[in-house]
Write a new protein. Structure first.
Lengths: 309, 317
């Protein structure tokens, strides 16, 4: 294992800003894995830490196949994590909207540029990312339709769900999109949580990356993936939206299978405790995403469901 | 007449309302009248437009008989942001100017954006007033996406600004309020002036004159013609040079905003308050006007400290 600083900015009032990478194996730049880019992506860092622990073990046991280099970057934004702020500490910009970056530009453009120069030549790119709303997901892998990533490659993670995403204008400055512009086969890995650590979720994430590496001949590892994999277009998700604002009382959790008509959540009057609204399942299917903050707003898609096949 | 354009109930005993005030000529019906919309407050930390909304209405009220069309004033597109000194939409931490055209069936923020677009669409001209951010001060200027320059530059020339900056198209900017409306034929002029969290009265008054002139050109105001400023116009990316910090520290300017600089002239210093040393001297890479200057003094490596418009475009003597 080679631990090195990939990018650094000298701090004035704070310690220097550092992006640290962990390299395993030697040879062709095969797989790069990136953890958090936002300050609240704690599970994403934790997943990387568990991966690094596993990769150290594999390296000691000579199970990294010769000719492959793997780079893991647990965090490209430690500054924001340390002050518990989602975006950049001073100007509130989002590093994951700054790619491919610009070395003469503003601070977050320079960070994106510094990181991207280190990671753009990898054959495969995997980013642990999060949804912009607070909530729990069924673990899955996503890729953008207009790129190099394919269903066949995505299946190598062995996860039960693969989501194909249609590119939107704001995607064009993300790491995932720009990796593909530079010919990297890129995936976003959604684990179940964001702001809290889930050992089970991290375990699933580590296993899925091990599957991917083993299936691409990068490591020796005997992995068992999902028997049945479902490919989902992101337009297939059925949103269950609130009509009212109030306390959010979930009655189900991500991954639950429910029948049409099952109560999914109550919206509670925050002063009087009465139920303002009950959200019901519109179909037989799986809870794919569910809001996990104590309050919710009206007109908000608090649950995303997947219809039973 | 004050109307609620879009609203949504918040969790605890509060309603989010986006309001507008419609001013119409006394005794006339709205149908077939020309309409100008003044929009501001998409970014909650940009307040220069608040004064413009007030002053414009004050002056219209003084000579209401000269009003011949509709003036719609939308002072607070992101009311929660303005009230909490937050640039984006609080709680969602989203830049409202990346949500347009919105979706009436979408989540709360998309729903609000769609409601705004529906209400403003069809205006004969929209002036979307921004105030840079809390870091940089700008001279009054209009920024135009090159895709829309043919129909926007002639309007912008009437608006009494000092500078028209035609910039390259960017996919990310397709989610802005201005792009969404310009793409469906409602012309939107994006004004940037002053600095975040402050009001620059002189710039506000200059903009109000410009809006009256636009109203005259559009047939919404019958007041006497005014002579507006002839703006500097940049259509070439090479016209503007950017001053990015080479070190983290305290930026101490040595010149004023709007200074006409010679090549190599000292603009400011980045200093280290702990050791009392100068970390870098910031000098003009080319002769021209310092049309952007940093107002917030702390810089990280890379922070923008200013922009210079090259001398040939400034046309000053």
């Amino acid at each position: 294992m080679n631990k090195r600083v990939l990018f650094e900015i000298k701090g004035m009032y704070r310690d220097d800003f550092r992006v640290t990478g962990y390299e395993f194996g030697e040879g062709e730049k095969t797989v790069c894995i990136v953890g958090n880019s936002r300050g609240n992506e704690i599970q994403q860092i934790y997943c990387c830490s568990q991966l690094i622990k596993k990769m150290k073990q594999l390296e000691e046991e000579n199970r990294i196949i010769e000719g492959n280099k793997i780079l893991i970057i647990p965090s490209i934004n430690p500054y924001s994590v340390n002050i518990q702020k989602r975006f950049w500490s001073t100007d509130n910009t989002d590093i994951n909207r700054m790619f491919p970056g610009y070395n003469l530009g503003e601070t977050t453009q320079r960070i994106a540029d510094g990181v991207f120069n280190e990671i753009k030549d990898y054959k495969y790119g995997i980013q642990f990312t999060s949804f912009y709303m607070p909530g729990d997901f069924v673990p899955h892998v996503r890729y953008m339709k207009e790129g190099f990533s394919t269903q066949e490659e995505a299946k190598k993670f062995g996860l039960k769900y693969i989501v194909e995403r249609n590119v939107r204008p704001y995607d064009t400055a993300t790491l995932n999109y720009n990796w593909q512009v530079w010919d990297t086969i890129a995936f976003s890995l959604y684990t179940n949580t964001t702001e809290r650590i889930s050992n089970t979720g991290a375990g699933q994430a580590v296993l899925s990356v091990m599957n991917f590496l083993a299936n691409n001949g990068v490591i020796k590892y005997s992995a068992i993936g999902a028997k049945k994999i479902r490919i989902i277009d992101d337009a297939e998700f059925i949103s269950v939206k609130t009509e009212k604002s109030g306390f959010f009382d979930a009655l189900v959790k991500a991954g639950d299978k429910v029948e049409a008509g099952t109560p999914l959540a109550h919206i509670i009057n925050p002063y009087e405790g009465t139920i303002l609204e009950t959200l019901y399942s519109p179909l037989n299917g799986t809870i794919f995403f569910i809001h996990n903050a104590p309050i919710t707003y009206a007109n908000t898609a608090v649950i995303k469901m997947l219809e039973e096949e | 007449m004050v109307e609620v354009v879009a609203s949504v109930g918040l969790p605890i005993d509060e309603k989010l309302m986006i309001k507008k005030n419609r001013i119409i000529p006394d005794g006339k019906k709205e149908a077939h009248l020309k309409r100008i919309s003044i929009v501001t407050g998409i970014h909650g930390d940009e307040l220069e437009g608040q004064y413009v909304c007030y002053e414009l209405q004050r002056r219209i009220a003084m000579e209401k008989d000269k009003l011949t069309g509709i003036v719609d004033i939308y002072p607070a597109m992101n009311p929660l942001g303005i009230d909490s000194i937050t640039r984006g939409i609080p709680a969602f931490d989203l830049d409202m100017n990346r949500l347009f055209p919105g979706d009436i069936e979408g989540n709360m923020t998309e729903y609000l954006a769609a409601g705004i677009v529906k209400d403003v669409a069809g205006s004969d001209c929209v002036v979307d007033i921004h105030a840079s951010n809390i870091y940089l001060t700008e001279i009054p200027q209009i920024r135009i996406n090159e895709l829309h320059k043919d129909f926007l530059v002639p309007l912008a020339k009437c608006a009494n600004v000092d500078f028209i900056w035609v910039h390259g198209a960017s996919t990310v900017l397709e989610s802005t309020f201005a792009h969404s409306l310009n793409s469906i034929g409602t012309p939107v002029l994006v004004v940037e002036m002053g600095v975040g969290m402050r009001i620059t009265k002189a710039y506000g008054n200059q903009m109000v004159e410009g809006i009256f002139n636009l109203m005259r050109e559009l047939g919404i105001w019958s007041g006497d013609p005014v002579v507006v400023r002839e703006p500097m116009i940049s259509q070439d990316g090479d016209d503007v040079s950017y001053l990015n910090a080479t070190a983290s520290g305290l930026f101490v300017p040595e010149v004023s905003h709007g200074a006409r600089l010679k090549e190599g002239e000292l603009i400011g210093k980045i200093v280290d308050p702990l050791c009392g040393t100068v970390l870098d001297e910031v000098r003009a890479p080319q002769a021209g006007m310092l049309f952007t200057i940093r107002d917030f003094p702390i810089v990280d490596e890379g922070s923008l400290m200013g922009r210079i418009l090259k001398e040939e475009v400034c046309k000053y003597e």
